[in-house]
Design a protein around this ligand. Structure first.
Ligand code: NAD
Ligand code: AKB
Length: 316
């Protein structure tokens, strides 16, 4: 995707786990002046994205977003602001309000101002009736409020693309593993926390069972997938465009702890499942991403060994 000379990219939820890295990638591609990072929170001067344009914006405040869109001649929105699964189950009303209300505002603004939109979905769209290897067209019967908002988000995205011709695209991200910004309250956070604890205290109390196997992805692959999907010619995309399955890798919590212990020999991982086990058990183990492979040539690069080495190297 090329940014027109007079058009900027606005990122909501830019201080989160994905936004921190996506904003940097977009600035490198399009130039710092073309990217407006926004979030509900104040930016910390030490944030890796503190050097470029930033504005406070609540996605529930449509007028505030519209003012930014007009002021900066925005042509594309990457809409990342959301409440994730574990936080969402603690406060389902907030999760529903932010995830659906925020997306509704972004989609209406996209229709009114002719904007392109990237809106992430999640493996949380699947529920217990999904096969362990989740197909693109699996039944979507999630049991978390977060998952329900993601299913509704895909339906809303399809509606705006079919009825109002808004160019909106989305990915069903797996659990994302990264080191630049902490994860924001999800079920897959154990796969990030484990690295910090292994390095800082050589022990971790993991909140899921050792045999818990989920779809995961290293952040570099997730950022590349996002940019590749947004670059893809619109004619090559099917109705899966509101939420493409994308696979990275799948491993159990025990396999991850063993891989870390190979590099930090005194590392001990204890398994003390909490309520988040239930959310993890409702999601598939791995993802069939053949639509993404065929339609925009998706292919992940990082396997478990490479991911563990990158995480330990960068966090140490
Ligand atoms: P995150 O929790 O790290 O960041 C979300 C950001 O949104 C935070 O910085 C928060 O301050 C901001 N926010 C919350 N409410 C807001 C509001 N009302 N207005 C403006 N900003 C608000 O989340 P993330 O991991 O970066 O996820 C980004 C998107 O990707 C979300 O839609 C999420 O569902 C999706 N996703 C993430 C993962 C993952 O593993 N990180 C996996 C699947 C899908
Ligand atoms: C979460 O665990 O809530 C997120 C996700 C898979 O959507 N990481």
């Amino acid at each position: 995707m090329t940014v027109q000379a007079d058009s900027c990219i606005l990122v909501t939820g830019a201080l989160g786990q994905i936004g921190t890295e996506l904003v940097n990638a977009l600035r490198q591609r399009h130039g710092s002046d073309s990217i407006i990072a926004t979030d509900l929170r104040e930016i910390d001067g030490h944030s890796v994205i503190a050097s470029g344009k930033f504005a406070i914006a609540d996605v529930l405040d449509k007028k505030e977003l519209e003012n930014l869109i007009i002021k900066h001649s925005v042509g594309t929105i990457y809409h990342l602001a959301a409440i994730l699964s574990a936080t969402g189950e603690k406060n389902p009303e907030l999760c529903e309000r932010v995830n659906l209300g925020g997306l509704a505002n972004v989609l209406e603004l996209a229709r009114e101002h002719n904007l392109r939109v990237f809106s992430p979905s999640s493996i949380a769209v699947f529920g217990p009736d999904c096969p362990p290897f989740a197909p693109q067209d699996a039944p979507l019967n999630p049991t978390t409020m977060y998952g329900m908002t993601k299913v509704a988000g895909e339906v809303m995205a399809k509606y705006y693309s079919e009825i109002h011709s808004v160019d909106i695209r989305g990915l069903r991200y797996p659990g994302l593993i990264s080191w630049k910004a902490p994860p924001g309250g999800g079920t897959t956070d154990y796969a990030v926390e484990i690295f910090h604890h292994a390095i800082n205290s050589s022990s971790y109390n993991c909140f899921v069972r050792p045999d818990t196997k989920l779809p995961m992805m290293y952040m570099d692959d997730a950022i590349r997938a996002t940019l590749e999907l947004m670059d893809a010619p619109i004619d090559s995309l099917s109705s899966a465009r509101a939420g493409y399955n994308i696979a990275g890798l799948s491993f159990t919590a025990e396999e991850l702890s063993e891989e870390i212990a190979m590099r930090i020999p005194n590392f001990i991982c204890n398994f003390e499942p909490d309520i988040r086990q239930k959310y993890a058990d409702s999601w598939p183990e791995s993802i069939d991403d053949s639509f993404a492979q065929k339609e925009w040539n998706w292919s992940p690069k990082y396997n478990l060994q490479q991911l563990v080495e990158e995480m330990l190297k960068n966090l140490s």
